[in-house]
Each structure stands twice: as C-alpha cells, then as structure tokens.
Design a binder for this molecule. Structure first.
Ligand SMILES: CSCC[C@H](NC(C)=O)C(=O)N[C@@H](C)C(=O)N[C@@H](CO)C(=O)O
Length: 760
C-alpha cells in the first residue's frame, strides 16, 4: 500500500485524479431523511440529472447550453463517479457508491445506489441529506453495511436491514466486520487493545491548542502559555498532506500491538485470543473455522524492538550492502482459532499480503513481493507448510486484488494503461487468461458467493464510470447504469489514439494522443503534453477531466507512461532510480518528436504540463528546451534538497537517490531544475496549494521569483484550503478554477486567445 495515501502504489494517475475518486469533502448536513430504496427525490432513470441534496447548478449561474458541444468548465460538476461495487451474496443485487458534485454548495455528495443484477432502474438506498459510501453486504444477506459519518452513532459503520421492513440506517453491535468461516458463525479481526491507563496529572499547557503545547521531552516552554499559539515541533512526522499539522506526543512512547479477536455473529461479546508484544496483521479464518492465518514480524519480535531498530537504521548514512540487501520483514503464521502458539507457515523472503484460504481450506494464497524492486506474484502454499509456488510465472505485469473462487483464482491487474480481470493457471505453467479486457480501466471486481456473478466499474477515454455485470467467467457483460446519461448527451467527449514507440535502449513506451474537440482533417492544432506524477503511477484508458478540458479548448493532448511508470512491471518502474530527468525525459521528448511531425499538429504551438513529479519534469524541461511555447507546472518540485527537508513523503528520494542529500549531494543538486533556472525562456504558469505538505510551496516560490527576476512571463496561482490533491479531491470551485487557468494559459500562448476570452 501507498504509505501516505492508503492506495496501492500502482494506482493510475488518472484514478488518483478522477474528480471524486478519493476522499470526500465532508458534508455536515444532518441525517434528516430516512434512507429507503427509491426515496429521496431526484434520481430515477439511472440517476442521471439527480442533483444531490436538491441543489441545482442553475441556482448560481446561467443554465448550460444543450449539446452536442464541447465540454464547458461547469460540465465538470455534472459527471457522476461510481466506485466500490459490491455484489450481494446471492448474486441478485449490486450496490455501488455514486458521488457527484453539488455545484451550488461547493461540495461533493456520495450515496449508495442498488441495482438488480438482471437489470432495471438503480435505486438510491441512502439519504441525500448525509454522506454514505463503500457498501458491503453481510454474508448472511441480512444487512447492507456502509460507511457514513452521520450523527447519532459511534464509529462510521452503518447498516440497512434487509430481512425485515427497513427504516433508517442503524448501527449493529452483534455483526462485527471481519473474516468469517463458511458457516458465518463468527468473525475474526484485529484489536488494537486498550490504551495503557495514564495517571491523571495536572497539565499546565492543557488550555493551549494541541500544536502549541510543548511535546514530550521538549526543552523549551512558552514564556506565557496563553500568549503562544504557534506550533512546537519535536517529532519528524509533524505534518501530513491532506491531514495537516500533527501535534507531537505528550507522553513517553508506548506500544499497543494489535491482537486477534473473535466474536460470534448475533452476539456482542468479543474475545481477544492473543496477548503478545508483536502485532498481528490481516487475520483470515479458514473455511472450517479452525485456524487463523495472519502476518507478523518474521522473528516475532516485539513492536517496540522492530520500531526502534527501524528508527535507528533511518539515521544511518546510505550503505549499499545493507540498504540494497533483500529483506524479510514479515512472514505468514497460523494459529488455532481459539488461540495458542502460532506456527510459521513458511520462511518466505519478501513481503506478503492478501492472505486467502482455498475454498477447501487445504491451501493458502497470498500476494508476495520478493524484493522492493521485484515483481509481485500470486503464490500458493499448502496450509501444512512448504515452499510457496508462483502462479504467474514470469508474467510481465503484477496482480492487483484477487479472489479464490470455487473455480480457481481470479484477479485484476494493470496491463500498461488498461486494466483487466484475469484467471490464473493454478499449475503456474501458463500465463494468466484475460476474462474481461479491452481498451478501458476496470475497478473493484466483486463476486457473489458462488463466483457466478461479477460486477465492476469501468471507464474508457470518452466514457465516465458506469457499473457493469458479467458472468463470473467474464462472459455476457452488460452495462447496468447510465448515471452520466445527461452529460454524455450534451458533451462530445474526445477519444484518444493509442501509440507505442521505441525509446532509449529499445524500450517500448505506451502513449495516447487525444484529438481536439471539433477536429477537422487538413487543419493544424496546438498540442500539450501531460506528465503524470509519482513517478510510479500511470495514465491510462479512462475518462479524465484534465485531458477532456484541454481537448475541449481545441488542442491535441499527448500523454505517455515513460519509464518509471507503474503498470509495466517492477523492472520498468524502478529503472529510473538515480536517473530522474534522464531517460524518462527522453521517453517524453521522443513522443513529442513523433507527434510534432504529424500534418495535423502545429509544432510551433506546443505546451507541457504536469504535477508533482510531473511538476519537477515540466520545470526540468523548461531548463532543457525551448520547444514548448508555454508550460504549466503544478504542485512542483524544483530543488530536491529543499523537497527532502519539507515534504511528508520521507523515504522517496532516500530510496530513489541512494541516500539522504548529504549522502549524495551531487545527485540531489544535479537533478534539481533550480540549478539551471537561468536557462528558462518559456512562459510558465505555476499552480500551488497553500496546504500542500507533499510538495510544499517553497519550490513554486523560488521558481516564480527566479523567472520574474529574469523577465520570463510567469504567473503563480496559490490556492487556499487546498493540499497536494487539489486537482483530484479539492474544493470543487477551486478545482474547476484551476481547469480554467489551464485553458486560459495554453489558450493565450498557443491559440492567441485574449485574456478573459476563454469560455467557461
Ligand atoms: C515512498 S513515498 C511515495 C511518494 C509518492 N509517490 C506516489 C506514487 O504517489 C508521491 O507523493 N510522490 C509525489 C512526488 C508525486 O509525484 N505524486 C504524484 C502521484 O501521487 C501526484 O500526482 O501528486
């Protein structure tokens, strides 16, 4: 998992950026309406046109013209995003989260909708007056659980009762969330244990705001506590992108290793079955309910020992032998489902996740990554122990989530810029077979209990997300929803042509060229290249607001996955270590070379844009070439030493640049665009969020000042109340404003559109 974003590292840049895909802006609306199927106004007909909460975009601004026409900025508010599909155990119904923007309120809104797998109108199951997401059915079919912060409960798990007339959503104490045996009689889960009792002591700083209080072992104190409202920092992790500033510890460090707990279904009594100094992770119970498999430290050392070792290693200078050696931090263990001494399943070098029992309970499968820069694979091992065998052989790609169905193992995977549902060859002798594929991206494959019904959310270049259903083997696919019907009818979304080309070292690179809206053969159009961040993420075959935005402005949009991108196997992903801005830059420029000689591309009117690592790359490009007539750099990085000291993503450059700045200062300097800023001639728009703790403001500020002092046209847009994810989860009005700035900047420099003349 991504250490900061709670997302797999390989998640594509587009899905990270899709307007509603990640965190939701909290909506504080009271839970006034009873959540019942089909109730709550709006909706119907696939929900198209259902403005959440009764608000309408027309409250604030004139109505949008009917289409077919190019995307206008305010069309962004009309696009629904579907996520987290869940098939009911009997395969009859599918629940899905539907998220929309509420333009008038400058917020997003999420609801659970349910549709019959056989087809028909989707129905809204949760209240439009409160936020609900992430539906999951109970194994016995009695409840539909979902996540909600609604008032009047504890925790954020709520349920709709299905086996008797339902009313408002309720909280259920006797149906714990966890791994269950086949008979569904109990659930196992991790328990964080109780905090150690602390003796109440008078706190002289109790009245201060948390960040201002002196942390544990701080040497300095406020002279008058009522007069200091700053931030007192002692610990390294004092700020986190998307969270903000984090107060330091006020007491000595303690450890609460996670234990395994079990609870009968229909009972509220929880029994903690372990009591160890080490943590148990991801416990899963065997189908017969007799055993629990989990991961833990490979030597079952106390958490305190593991943490102290990691912390002291982190203070040491880079050492090739130590830091490049393969590690075995965790292993899989099996324990009696009533507790006892765990048995190590296998001494397997690397990291294990997604432990899954075979339906007959005789084997265990897991995703294993043998080393940080090695491909992950699906491994199977006898529950009695032995050597795990890989199912995917030397397959180039890496598995995402998998399910062990009655018929075998099926999984999702990124295959370059597209994604697919595949079946593994259980003998491991043949490569996996694609069951659901095509030029598109699929998310959230969900099966019924029998494995005969499969649902997923899919999108392609010119089609926003909708819900699909198929047989378990991928045949007989049907689209079940049409939430985007109205916006799709008005807006002509642009499609993109897929290209592949050979770059440095004969490496094949995948890319796409999106046509401008209103394209006419025989004419020439400007072109803008988009560069994704990470660098270990990717662009792909899905609808993306940013590309549509510039294509609607009448430009070609070029986007590629240079080496360093995810989705092409770990060797491709990590081939840029220590070489950022070298071959990856050439991969990007090669695509520009290829496209710029097309008769329909105006090679004198080309631009570039990108965010984060893509922001670094755009400033790097500005120091290397004058081919681009305008550049936009977003949440940028211009100085790696500054970035290292100011970002919450500690560890990225320590790994990628082989150590800390003082271990490898030459590399940090040589790869920093600021060292060459005197070469920049290209007009640049800089977009930066004021609360971005991933790529903080300093990089943008020094770039702005340096260009200003050299007379290079530059504008800096600073967005308030925004973090690193403004372009994907930011406040809707600010997010759309940013899209407008991109249109205007490239419109002015590439199309000669005068300030203020770009349509909204
Ligand atoms: C071990 S820290 C990982 C850092 C992280 N990488 C990824 C794959 O997200 C990251 O935040 N890198 C930024 C410099 C970056 O380029 N972020 C991208 C991708 O999230 C962005 O578009 O913001």
């Amino acid at each position: 998992m991504h250490p900061f974003l709670d997302l797999p590292m390989h998640v594509s840049a587009q899905w990270r950026r899709a307007p509603y895909a990640l965190a939701l802006l909290a909506c504080a609306a009271p839970a006034a309406l009873i959540a019942q199927p089909g109730r709550g106004g709006g909706g119907g007909a696939g929900g198209a046109g259902a403005a959440a909460g009764g608000a309408s975009p027309s409250n604030a601004l004139p109505a949008l013209p009917k289409g077919p026409r190019a995307m206008m900025l305010r069309d962004w508010y009309r696009v629904a995003n579907l996520s987290n599909p869940a098939v009911s155990p009997d395969g009859k119904r599918i629940a899905v989260t539907v998220t929309r923007a509420v333009e008038a309120d400058n917020r997003r809104h999420s609801e659970i909708w349910v549709v019959n797998a056989a087809g028909g109108e989707p129905q809204r199951w949760t209240s439009p007056s409160t936020e609900s997401s992430n539906p999951r059915w109970s194994a016995d079919g009695k409840y539909l659980f979902f996540t909600s912060q609604r008032a009047g409960g504890t925790g954020n798990t709520w349920a709709i009762r299905l086996d008797q007339p339902s009313g408002e959503a309720i909280q259920v104490g006797d149906y714990p969330n966890g791994s269950m045996p086949s008979d569904g009689s109990f659930a196992v889960f991790t328990d964080a244990g109780r905090p150690a009792p602390t003796a109440p002591s008078p706190d002289p700083f109790g009245q201060m705001q948390p960040m201002a209080r002196p942390p544990f072992e701080a040497i300095t104190r406020p002279s008058v506590s009522a007069r200091f409202d700053g931030r007192h920092v002692v610990d390294m992790s004092y700020k986190v992108n998307g969270v903000g500033f984090v107060p330091g510890r006020r007491v000595a460090r303690t450890w609460r290793p996670t234990q395994i707990a079990r609870q009968p279904i229909g009972d509220t009594t929880k029994k903690v079955i372990t009591s160890t100094a080490y943590s148990h992770r991801g416990p899963v119970v065997s189908p017969d309910g007799k055993w629990i498999a989990f991961t833990a430290d490979s030597r079952l050392r106390p958490d305190s020992v593991v943490d102290r070792e990691r912390d002291s290693l982190a203070t040491l200078p880079y050492n090739k032998v130590r830091d490049e050696a393969e590690r075995n931090d965790a292993d899989i263990y099996i324990i009696d489902a009533n507790g006892g001494t765990p048995r190590k399943l296998t001494d397997w070098m690397g990291a294990e996740s997604q432990i899954t029992w075979s339906p007959d309970g005789k084997q265990i499968a897991f995703i294993g990554r043998p080393g940080r820069t090695k491909n992950s694979n699906i491994y199977v091992v006898d529950a009695a122990g032995g050597t795990p065998r890989a199912l995917l052989g030397n397959w180039q790609y890496e598995p995402g989530n998998f399910d062990w169905l009655p018929g075998g193992i099926q999984f999702t995977a990124e295959i370059g810029g597209r994604s697919a549902v595949l079946r593994a060859d259980m003998s491991g002798k043949s490569l996996p077979t694609e069951l659901v594929s095509g030029r598109r991206q699929l998310r959230g494959a969900s099966y019924d209990e029998s494995g005969k019904t499969l649902a997923y959310v899919a999108t392609s270049m010119n089609k926003p997300t909708e819900l699909f259903v198929a047989s378990g083997d991928g045949t007989g696919e049907r689209q079940l929803t049409n939430f985007n019907k109205d916006v799709n009818a008005d807006v002509v979304w642009s499609d993109a042509e897929r290209i592949t080309y050979k770059s440095v070292g004969n490496l094949e690179i995948e890319g796409w060229l999106m046509k401008p809206y209103g394209y006419e053969a025989g004419k020439k159009y400007p072109m803008v290249i988009y560069i994704h961040g990470g660098p270990h993420s990717s662009y792909g075959e899905g609808w993306f607001d940013e590309f549509q935005n510039l294509a609607a402005q009448g430009m070609f949009v070029l986007f590629t996955n240079p080496r360093g991108s995810s989705g092409y196997g770990a060797p491709f992903t990590y081939s840029t270590r220590g070489r950022w801005g070298m071959e990856d830059y050439q991969d990007l420029m090669k695509a520009v070379d290829i496209v710029s000689v097309r008769a329909d591309v105006d090679s004198t009117k080309m631009g570039a844009t990108g965010g984060s690592y893509g922001g670094f790359m755009t400033t790097w490009m500005a120091t290397k070439t004058t081919r681009f007539k305008a550049i936009e750099t977003d949440r940028t990085i211009t100085d790696w030493t500054y970035w290292y000291g100011s970002s919450d993503a500690q560890g990225l450059t320590e790994f990628e640049f082989y150590g800390k700045p003082w271990d490898n200062q030459k590399l940090y300097d040589e790869l920093s665009p600021i060292r060459y800023v005197n070469k920049v001639k290209t007009p640049m728009l800089i977009v930066q969020s004021e609360e971005d703790h991933r790529t903080p403001m300093g990089s943008a500020e020094i770039w702005f000042m340096s260009l200003k002092k050299q007379g290079v046209p530059v504008e800096l847009i600073r967005y308030p109340r925004s973090n690193h994810d403004l372009s994907r989860t930011g406040e809707p009005w600010l997010l759309v404003d940013r899209l407008g700035r991109l249109r205007q900047w490239f419109g002015y420099w590439l199309q000669g559109v005068q300030p203020g003349a770009v349509a909204n």
